[in-house]
Write a protein that binds this ligand. Sequence first.
Ligand code: HEM
Length: 286
Amino acid sequence: MREVTFEVILRVVFGLEESARLTALRRSLRRLLGMGGTWMVVPALRRDLGPLSPWGRFVRLRAGVDALLRAEIRERRERGGPAGDGAIDVLLAEMDDGELVDALITMLVAGHETTATSLAWCFELLLRRPSLVERLRGEGEPGAARLLDAVVRETLRLRPVFRYTSRRLREPLALGGYTVPAGFAVGANVYLAQRRAADHEDPDAFRPERFLDGAPTTGAWAPFGGGSRRCLGASFATYEIGLVLRTVLSAARLRPASARPEQIALHAIVMVPGRGARVVLESRAY
Ligand code: HEM
């Protein structure tokens, strides 16, 4: 899934034209993104101890990607003539080089692993409901498009990629009898909000049909975040997931790799200022 979504976002960002630099960029980006992990938030591990240390490797790879992106931007700026068909071409006139590098990296990172994870969960949950798969495969089956959309929504409800999104407080916040001081980060737990029995009947069950009867209330479904700031790629991601699902289901007959449903690992990182971090882990087949 990662291969598919990475290729899609690369073409969205850079357009369809190919070049030796794009091939090099593809290789470096893949290695750079492959390095991401929870270890990166631990300050003690973010030390450049040479090219063999994890952070040292990361810093060097990042510099390489940065140089390739800047070269690509320079070339497109100098080329003039009709604009290409990538997001980069649209943004050239709007941003300076530094801003553009940041925007491109954000799109490349935010725009593919999230979608790949959601797609993988769609298949994993869907394949355990063979009758649903058949309805989706049925060419021209009435309501197939709506059902497909419902499958995507239900997957994002049960398996939100981001369990919470957080904000740093500019001013103190009164919350459930506590006053949270300014400067603290507060996270809204999307995972729990999407499993409230008050909002979703039989909340732990995979039942896409629930979305055919109407949309959930605000706050009861927020896999792309909520409020004044949310995911910029929500519509694009939903469209892409549906398209890949439909294409694969019509081309292949799939079955789950194991009889036992995949587990999800729930984790929370609790950071107390001055007292370090604690990671709480739990694995359950919800
Ligand atoms: C299933 C796939 C995806 C999921 C579940 C997802 C989820 C999210 C979430 C929860 C946020 C944080 C919102 C917040 O701050 O409260 C976010 C931000 C963002 N997403 Fe996505 N996303 C997905 C796909 C994409 C794609 C395909 C793109 C780009 C094409 C994208 C671009 C972004 C960007 C640029 C932001 C930052 C927005 C900002 O801070 O203003 N995302 N996404």
